[in-house]
Design a protein around this ligand. Sequence first.
Ligand SMILES: CC(=O)[C@@H](O)[C@H](O)COP(=O)(O)O
Length: 259
Amino acid sequence: MTNQMLSIGPHTFKSRLLLGTGKFPDFEVQKEAVDVSETEVLTFAVRRMNIFEPHQPNFLEMLDLEKYTLLPNTAGAATAEEAVRIARLAKASGLCDMIKVEVIGDAKTLLPDPLETVKACEILLEENFIVLPYISDDVLLAKRLQQLGVHAVMPGASPIGSGQGIINPLNLSFIIEQASVPVIVDAGIGSPSDAAYAMELGADGVLLNTAVSGAKHPIQMAQAMKLAIEAGRLGFEAGRIPAKKYATASSPMDGMITI
Ligand SMILES: CC(=O)[C@@H](O)[C@H](O)COP(=O)(O)O
């Protein structure tokens, strides 16, 4: 029997769904979506928090924060230096010791800059953060980051917010095969079947946002994602049959008496 929990550094979670907190139609819908998703990890952009406007409503204030682990991210950073600065701010505010390192290298595709990401991870590891870098589905980059000591890798399924699902399952499966830390598929998930597929490939978890916040009915979609991730994981652990080119009878006739 495989381990049912997701472990990232010193943190352990029952749920393998990590949820983003952006772009929900309103706080009430968001709160209910978070509830039904049964996620235990919420990620948010430190830069988008109203730290200079403390009287403005903030979604995190609506939550029972005992129930969740917050995963601050460095969204908005374009260089390692900016990412490190944001991470330090998050740590100083006592939010969490984990940081999702997100260094965007291109405004159109929102793809991460690999060199700046590595640089930021090196510094943050030195400073004892629990480091989760968002990366492209680059197998060698995932390996190098593991060697550096990151606590999880977060390869994108496809560009952030694109809902294109898993564009390169082969690369993702190579990353998973050689992983010595959890692999969390992050960004680009569009539908529950995308999330289930990531889990069936052997991912340890899925981080998603737009597929739920932008759905026609975010609460139902949050529940669908929870179920899909659970089903995908169960299917992975159960061990799927190999795909074959030709048919094999489901009720073999060998050994049966013919009349
Ligand atoms: C890297 C990043 O920013 C993603 O975590 C994003 O928050 C979620 O991506 P989707 O909105 O495509 O699910």
